[in-house]
Design a protein. Sequence first.
Length: 201
Amino acid sequence: MSQWTGNLTVLRERLEKVLGKKIAKLHEGLGELTLVVRAENYIEVATTLRDDKSLGFEQLIDLCGVDYSDYENATWEGPRFAVVSHLLSVSHNWRVRVRSFAPDDDMPVLKSVTVLWSAADWYEREAAEMLGIVFDGHPDPRPLLLRTRVGAAPLLRSTVLAARLAVPWPGSADGDDAGRGSRRRPQPPGVPDGWLQEEGA
């Protein structure tokens, strides 16, 4: 048995002992434990993961939002949106993946963990902007990447990623090309006919 596998066994035992019934699911995959917690326990469990000396997850490495609506090209059973965090314990040299699902698909809301790990600040802003997940208690929920957002969040699986306006390349109709007429512009795959509109149409 490798040292890392041994660490996973010890970590699993400690998580089960400390968190008990607050664990919705705990499973191993890709050499890492994934801890699933209910939304109502999310901030309490995160606090315990950081402050309990036997766990000691001092550092948040990454946080992202996930849209599971057609996960693995199949119908997903259960809540659509989740927040996934990757935590590191420097003192114990182990990691854990924490997943919590927002209970409402129409208005996904979870508590912000910026009060525990300041590194979550921009990660939560990105997830809010790209997927529409609201982080309750976030100190600065301004847009991070886009000036303005029109319509659905851009990384939702239901959002068609294509420009609504086909803008001609500067100089493409100059000189000899001006009298030849316009060529049909290619459309991205899966975009309905007539969805892209020429400028001024």
